[in-house]
Design a protein around this ligand. Structure first.
Ligand code: UDP
Ligand code: MG
Length: 349
């Protein structure tokens, strides 16, 4: 789905700002030692084709392998590499948000570390951006290397999610996208701590257009998402971005009410027609009905709880990530440390 029919309309900041300039690339990395050098090589081969200066911001999200050492080595030999080392594993959403907050480009590309999203698509995204598109998001034509189960559940979830969110939401798309500075600023300025960027970027509005591409299998290493972690992420995405689950409890309440009224009427009519009760209700029927009602009620309370717990987390006000080290940002490294006032204790190296 697109949110504009006018890909050639002028941008929010005027098209002149889109010639040359700096392109930032943000890459969250968790245990990506097996692939990171190859990723860097592919990126640096392709980024000059954009006609922009570039910086690559790797965010090490508490890796246990030697990803950080490899990133440090890249930074030591390439002045355009910046590294943000988070103090532990805060999750991909936090890692990407930390990178977005530290990026100083007039456009920012977000991509995974594992080459599933081919860097060769980036110049096309930049072209779209120059045409006036504010968010050029990668839309997957094909996805090799995923199980049928994952493809089906992902497709279903994307469509359910798009229906549940009250603003236009692209489907069949992941984190791979180019985002204009105006949109980056809007997202960085949000005070919320727990961030689901796939819905925050569409929330910000502006002009979105797809760039179609084929998603490849992971070049090396393994996925960091177990099915359980994916389910948690999906739950987070829904509750953070939509009120639809709460509305569902209204629907459940209404359905129970209808059943209750119908059952009462049936009982009254039955009693009037035949004052002597002739039918005995089995115990198992009572247990079944009681369990159903209890299940619906407990389910509703659990849904409310999901919102309450997130409200509580926001009230606690903890930063969504903590920076242990920032490398390659130079003395003006402040940006790496203070996105929307949320991050503490970075020091430039
Ligand atoms: N990632 C991260 N923190 C995490 C999990 C993942 O920064 O806790 C990064 C990971 O290194 C990769 C991207 O997020 O660059 C997507 O992860 P992955 O490729 O494992 O997910 P999949 O493509 O299998 O859904
Ligand atoms: Mg991947």
């Amino acid at each position: 789905m697109t949110t504009t029919d006018r890909p050639h309309a002028s941008s929010a900041r005027g098209d002149q700002a889109r010639e040359g300039g700096l392109l930032s690339v943000v890459i969250p990395c968790h245990d990506e030692s097996a692939v990171i050098d190859a990723t860097h090589a592919r990126l640096t081969a392709v980024l000059p084709l954009t006609g922009m200066e570039h910086e690559i911001i790797y965010v090490d999200d508490g890796s246990h392998d030697d990803t950080l050492e490899k990133l440090e080595a890249l930074a030591a030999r390439d002045a355009r590499v910046r590294v943000i080392a988070l103090s532990r594993n805060f999750g991909q959403q936090a890692a990407m948000s930390a990178g977005l907050a530290a990026a100083s480009g007039s456009a920012v590309v977000i991509t995974d570390a594992d080459l599933q999203d081919p860097p060769e698509v980036i110049p096309e995204m930049v072209d779209r951006w120059r045409d006036g598109v504010d968010v050029a998001y990668g839309r997957r034509r094909a996805r090799d290397g995923e199980t049928r189960f994952k493809l089906l559940t992902a497709s279903l979830f994307h469509r359910l999610f798009a229906a549940a969110v009250p603003y236009p939401m692209p489907v069949d798309t992941g984190d791979f996208k180019l985002v204009d500075r105006a949109v980056v600023d809007a997202v960085n300025a949000l005070p919320e701590r727990r961030r689901y960027l796939r819905s925050l970027v569409p929330w910000a509005g502006f002009r979105h257009e797809p760039v179609w591409y084929d998603r490849h299998p992971r070049a090396a290493g393994v996925t960091k998402y177990s099915p359980w972690k994916l389910i948690r992420l999906a739950g987070d995405a829904l509750v953070l971005s939509s009120d639809a689950p709460i509305r569902l409890t209204w629907a459940a309440a209404a359905a129970l009410l209808v059943v209750g009224v119908a059952a009462t009427l049936t009982a009254v009519v039955g009693a009037l027609a035949a004052p002597e009760p002739r039918t005995a209700v089995s115990l198992s029927a009572i247990v079944a009905v009681a369990s159903l009602v209890a299940a619906v009620q407990t389910f509703s309370v659990a849904i409310v709880g999901e919102y309450v717990v997130r409200a509580y987390r926001e009230a606690q006000g903890r930063p969504p990530w903590v920076v242990r080290r920032a490398i390659g940002f130079g003395p003006e490294a402040g940006r790496a440390a203070t996105p929307s006032g949320a991050v503490t204790s970075a020091r430039a190296a």
